[in-house]
Write a protein that binds this ligand. Structure first.
Ligand code: DC
Length: 216
């Protein structure tokens, strides 16, 4: 089966439903946001500032991603849990706008999609990484609901709801307005607003579309 593209803003449930779909369909899940977060984490560890485009492009080129079992690895090692922190979400959003960084990452993602049948979630999957796939989704939910999900998922130990909401709005603006591969609805994508849907309802809807495409 061809790979499946799921794009959408943060907190729209992409990773959660991608995991569930991967299990149902016997495919692997590739969280492309984790790849940008990993670069942001490595840059931070090496003291490289987010505006040092030349060094960041080189660092991106040196990352070696693989999927072992069901796990995304970099240079053979599992990705650190710390990449999930809001600090790295923010940094990933900034450095993912650097053209050379994006080129490197998109190439790595395309390579993985050639080797495996993937459920890929991100911001530019249906528009740039695998535009040829017949299976494209764009997940959305209103920004308060998305911030509430992030807040409940753990940020409440460190931030107020207001802070999570402000950070999310900033990231939306950045991801949707950058010059290269901005977050946008891919041609032919099925748009699902899951503000009032459960994870199960979203997955069921997506399965219906995948099965309907398969039947054509
Ligand atoms: O999905 P996420 O929140 O983990 O992604 C973190 C940031 O990485 C996001 O704000 C923008 C960037 N990103 C991207 O530009 N393209 C992707 N395919 C995935 C993530």
């Amino acid at each position: 089966m061809k790979s499946i593209a799921i794009d959408g803003p943060s907190g729209s449930g992409k990773s959660t439903v991608a995991k569930a779909l991967a299990e149902k369909l016997g495919m692997l899940h590739l969280d492309t946001g984790a790849m940008y977060r990993m670069l942001a984490w490595k840059a931070d560890a090496a003291g490289i500032p987010n505006d040092d485009t030349e060094v960041l492009e080189k660092l991106a080129g040196r990352l070696q991603f693989s999927i072992e079992g069901h796990e995304l690895r970099e240079s053979g090692a599992p990705l650190p849990a710390a990449i999930r922190a809001q600090q790295f979400a923010k940094a990933a959003s900034v450095i993912s706008a650097i053209p050379g960084v994006r080129k490197e990452m998109q190439e790595k993602q395309k390579d993985l999609a050639i080797r495996y049948s993937l459920i890929m979630d991100g911001r530019d999957i249906g528009t740039c990484v695998i535009p040829e796939t017949p299976y494209k989704f764009y997940l959305d939910a209103n920004v308060e609901e998305r911030a509430r999900r992030r807040y409940e998922q753990g940020e409440k130990t460190r931030y107020t709801f207001e802070e999570v909401l402000v950070a999310m709005k900033e990231r939306d603006t950045q991801d949707m307005n950058r010059a290269i591969a901005p977050l946008t609805i891919a041609e032919g994508a099925i748009v699902i607003d899951n503000t009032n849907l459960s994870v199960q309802e979203t997955v069921d809807l997506m399965m219906e579309f995948v099965e309907a495409k398969d039947a054509l």
